[in-house]
Structure formats: structure tokens, C-alpha cells
Design a binder for this molecule. Structure first.
Ligand code: ATP
Ligand code: MG
Length: 528
């Protein structure tokens, strides 16, 4: 169905390369020997007073950027230990202890786990003399070396291994050396969409929308911490007692949050929201049953016709994914500015400026909030502003932008119904510290936003757009909402799947005239 001028489908380019790759490694540490002059590991000449509380004040990102880069590589074989002595901050490399567990626990028995430890240890030992060149090896080269080493050790020890055990064993050692340890198999599993480490020994995953306990585990808290450091270090971020929460991204763009003791009582906790390298497109969401082809055409028209749209939904309901799909409907020739806490959107257009907010540094300085970025984006001549998620005061700036000519803007909000979305926005505007009366805020919302796309994760794990709702305006003190499409659940089938369908309510939205002004006309039967 096509009822308005549709631009060419975007060229199917691979997603933007994440900017998390560290530059080529620096000169590596020489095995814990006194570092040569100019070495970034060198302690400061005049040591500050030693104060245990001050240890975390070492500003790694500011002072030791080269070390961080080196760490990202050196950490494959060695961990960088941060510490403090009377001489001040000291950084040293120490061989990694061999962690035991991985996601393949069920394939590798306890004996083989032990063998895995020995292979890793021997590799570390044999690499000790030439860390610099070993750390430049590609993953394939490391795999080859581990394969040879495994063959040698298996022969020396006369161990009997099945082909599968041997493959899983090699993968597990390589993951420890060059990957994310026990998380690696989960990250590589295309069926896993989310990885949740509750504690070192308890890891859950989301598979096909369902939360399932995984058999992967970390050896101990230190092992989990080491993997977190490996994730965050290349981004110049850090995690320790003084900054126990960190947001990061994996090289493939997956979003990572880690929180460690003393805030996390059961040890380091990690949450990874995986993103498919190929972002979902409208066709995928139709295939998953998230939206119907009619809805796609309707939403395409709404985006094309420059409506301001909020995607509402609960945690993990697929808001960002749907926002990404909506943004793909923006014509190629429009200038888009995206603003996010962690850049998750993968826009296919070329004319895009991607902005990411920044948390405060250790001294509590340097924070650049979403709000400031929204304000700044107005000076960047945007045709469209996309705010990844409205959580707080930025809602006010967003509404003001929408009301002052920056129409066609898109965002998401955490809310369970479109009505809830309106009241959340109200609260967010109040969080901006404005003295506006509630009625004025409601008027702003009612005139700024035309459409709420409500998404939910249903009991069977499926994600669906459950309501597409027009914000029509105000009646007295109340914002008037009108559903255009609604998902009606009829029950569950014998396989525990939700049964139901999307129905048009039969009401034509009031914004049809706005769409017509943009050359978009919707067929009448779309709403029947
Ligand atoms: N329509 C869908 N069908 C199936 N899986 C989906 C769908 N949309 C998103 N997902 C998957 O669900 C997970 C959560 O998606 P997404 O990040 O878009 O949700 P979110 O609502 O933005 O989450 P958060 O509240 O954490 O920001 C991702 O792994 C994504 O791949
Ligand atoms: Mg999101």
C-alpha cells in the first residue's frame, strides 16, 4: 500500500562502526620492571600524601589516556592493577589469574575446566617475554596459537577430548584472552537479546523475549570485575569503589551498564542490551507481529508528514527499536540531530549528527546533560531532533522545540499507557524546575505532540504496539486522547502465545489536515 510520495528506500548500509575501537596499542609494560623514563606507568615525581580515600581520585582518563589504550590490549593477557603507595599512584601489569567458568560449563566437565586453566596459564607464561607483539595478535591468530598449544598439552597429558569439547575449550580460552570471558558465548548467541549478571555465579539471559537462567558463571567477583574493566577501559571510563556505576558500549554498539560493590550488594552486576548488527527494519517488526503493514504505512505517513511522535513503553519493550524504525522514514534530504545518553540509534541516513551526553567526572565536573544537548541542537539547524529517551527536564526543551517550529521530532518515554505518557511528561517538565502551572504544561504537551505509539512486552515475551493514539488537544483541564489503532487480546493459545489482533478504531485522526499540508493523503479505508 502506498499513498504518498515515498522516497527511495535507504541504501542498506552496514550500521555505523562504533567508535569504541582503541587506537593501536602503545608501548607495553615490561613485565613489572622499573619503567623507562617517559613511560606512562611511571609514578609522579613528587608523590602526594597517601590517603586511601583519595585513591579513586586518580584521574585515569585525564592523565593516563595512553595507559588506558595500552590497558585495553595488555589486559588481554595481563590485568592492570591500580593502587597507591606512599609514592602516589602506581599502575602495574600482572598476569591474569586463570578464571574457570564459561558458558560452556555443561560441555566442559570439571577436569576439562582445569585443563582450560592450565592452557591459559601456559599461554600467559609463554607470552610474558613478548607481550607487546602478542598483544597485537588478531583474534584469529590467538585462536590458532591456542589450538596448537591445546594440541601440545593434550598430547603431553594424554587427555582424551571429543571434537566438541576441544572446540569449546579453545573458544573458552580465547574468550578469556581476547574476549569477554564467560559472557562471550552469550554475546555471540544471536538468540540472546539481553545478558544480565546478577552476581558472579548467577547470570540470566533473555531468549526470544523470555528470561532464562544461563549456565555461565564467573569464577569470582574479581573475574567479573576484570571483564567489566575490559569493557569500559577502551572508552576511557572506569569502575571502582568511588565510581561504582558505569555505562558503556561494546564494540558492536550493545549497551552495557555495570554496577559494583558497595552499591551492588551481591558483587558486580552487569546488564548488556544486545543490538543486532543489522538493526531491525519495519519489515522485521511486521514479521515479529509488533506492527501490522497498515500501521507501518500509517506511521510512515506520520513521520513523513512531520508529526511530533513519542514512543511510549515499559523497560525493554522495544521503544528504541521502534524509534529507530520510525526514524528510517525521515526523508534522506533532511538534517537529523540525535541526542542520547548512550548512542543506540542506528540511523541509515547520511545527513545525521549524533550527540551523546556525558556523565560528570570524578570531581563532579564536566557533565553535559541531554537537556544541554537539546538546547545546543537548536543552533545546529536541525530539520529533525530525535531524543533517544526523555527522562527528565529535557522534556520541557523538547516540547518547546516542537512548539517553535521544530516539528517532526521524535522521542521515547517510559510509560505504560498513552495517558500515563502524558502525565509522565508533565512530571518531567516539572523536573526542569519550571514554575509553569500544570494546565500550562498540559497545553504545551497537547499542542506539541500529535501521536503516542504505545509499545508493550506481552506475557509471552512478544513486543507489540498496543495503541497508536492521537493527542487531540485540551478539553477543560484534560488532555484529549483518541486511539487510532488498538491491539485487542483475545486470550492465549495452547503454546502460551498471546492471541489477538490490531484493530482500527474507525476514527480519522484530526491531524489528517496537517499531513495533507505535507502532501500526504491517507486512504479512508485505512481507519476502518
Ligand atoms: N519488536 C520487537 N520484537 C522482538 N524483539 C525486539 C523488538 N523490539 C526490540 N526488541 C529487542 O528487545 C530488546 C529491547 O529493545 P529496546 O532497547 O528497543 O527496548 P527499550 O524499550 O528501548 O528498552 P529500555 O527501556 O531499556 O531503553 C532488544 O534486545 C531488542 O533487540
Ligand atoms: Mg531504549
Amino acid at each position: 500500500m502506498q499513498f504518498f510520495k515515498r522516497r527511495e528506500d535507504p541504501v542498506n548500509e552496514p550500521p555505523m562502526a562504533p567508535q569504541t575501537q582503541p587506537p593501536p596499542p602503545q608501548q607495553q609494560q615490561n613485565g613489572g620492571q622499573a619503567p623507562p623514563a617517559g613511560n606512562p606507568f611511571e609514578p609522579p615525581m613528587r608523590a602526594p600524601e597517601y590517603d586511601p580515600m583519595a585513591i579513586p581520585r586518580i584521574s585515569v582518563a585525564d592523565r593516563l589516556t595512553p595507559v588506558i589504550e595500552a590497558e585495553a590490549h595488555a589486559d588481554d593477557f595481563f590485568s592492570m592493577r591500580r593502587g597507591a603507595t606512599a609514592d602516589g599512584a602506581v599502575f602495574s601489569l600482572e598476569p591474569n589469574e586463570m578464571p574457570a567458568a564459561d558458558g560452556a560449563t555443561s560441555v566442559l566437565g570439571a577436569d576439562v575446566q582445569d585443563l582450560k586453566r592450565r592452557i591459559h596459564k601456559r599461554f600467559v607464561k609463554e607470552s610474558e617475554d613478548d607481550i607487546a607483539s602478542v598483544s597485537r595478535l588478531t583474534k584469529d591468530q590467538i585462536t590458532e596459537q591456542i589450538r596448537l598449544l591445546t594440541a601440545t598439552i593434550v598430547q603431553e597429558e594424554g587427555v582424551a577430548l571429543t571434537q566438541t569439547q576441544r572446540r569449546v575449550l579453545i573458544d573458552a580460552v580465547v574468550s578469556e584472552i581476547a574476549g569477554f570471558g564467560p559472557l562471550e558465548p552469550l554475546l555471540n548467541d544471536p538468540e540472546v537479546s539481553e545478558v544480565m549478571v546478577n552476581s558472579a555465579s548467577l547470570i540470566y539471559v533473555e531468549r526470544k523475549g523470555k528470561l532464562i537462567k544461563s549456565d555461565a558463571y564467573f569464577e569470582d567477583d574479581a573475574h567479573a570485575l576484570r571483564i567489566i574493566e575490559r569493557i569500559v577501559a577502551p572508552l576511557g571510563r572506569r569502575v571502582d569503589e568511588s565510581s561504582p556505576m558505569v555505562d558503556a558500549r561494546l564494540p558492536d554498539g550493545s549497551r552495557v551498564n555495570a554496577i559494583i560493590p558497595p552499591l551492588a550488594l551481591k558483587g558486580p552486576s552487569i546488564t548488556i542490551r544486545k543490538f543486532s548488527k543489522d538493526p531491525y527494519k519495519a519489515e522485521d517488526l511486521v514479521r515479529f507481529g509488533t506492527m501490522t503493514p497498515q500501521m507501518v504505512e500509517f506511521l510512515r505517513a506520520c513521520v513523513y508528514g512531520r508529526l511530533n511522535i513519542i514512543v511510549a513503553g515499559g523497560t525493554g519493550s522495544g521503544k528504541t527499536t521502534t524509534l529507530n524504525v520510525l526514524s528510517s522514514f525521515i526523508p534522506e534530504d533532511e538534517r537529523i540531530v540525535t541526542i542520547e545518553d548512550a548512542a543506540e540509534l542506528q540511523l541509515q541516513q547520511e545527513h545525521v549528527v549524533t550527540l551523546e551526553s556525558r556523565p560528570a567526572n570524578l570531581e563532579g565536573k564536566g557533565e553535559v546533560a541531554i537537556r544541554a544537548l537539546v538546547k545546543n541542537s537548536l543552533r545546529m539547524r536541525p530539520d529533525r531532533i530525535i531524543v533517544g529517551e526523555c527522562r527528565a527536564g529535557e522534556a520541557l526543551d523538547m516540547l518547546q522545540a516542537m512548539n517553535t517550529g521544530h516539528d517532526g521530532s521524535l522521542s521515547t518515554a517510559h510509560a505504560n499507557t498513552p495517558r500515563d505518557c502524558v502525565s509522565r511528561l508533565e512530571t518531567m517538565v516539572l523536573m526542569a524546575g519550571t514554575a509553569l502551572p500544570v494546565r500550562a504544561i498540559r497545553e504545551q504537551i497537547a499542542s506539541a505532540i500529535q501521536l503516542v505509539v504505545q509499545q508493550s512486552r506481552l506475557r509471552d515475551g512478544s513486543r507489540r504496539i498496543t495503541q497508536v493514539t492521537e493527542i487531540q488537544g485540551m478539553e477543560g483541564d484534560v488532555v484529549v486522547l483518541q486511539d487510532i489503532f488498538r491491539f485487542e487480546q483475545r486470550g492465549m493459545d495452547s503454546n502460551g502465545r498471546v492471541v489477538g489482533e490490531v484493530k482500527a478504531t474507525g476514527l480519522r485522526p484530526k491531524f489528517v489536515s496537517t499531513l495533507q499540508a505535507h502532501g500526504v493523503s491517507l486512504p479512508k479505508d485505512l481507519f476502518l
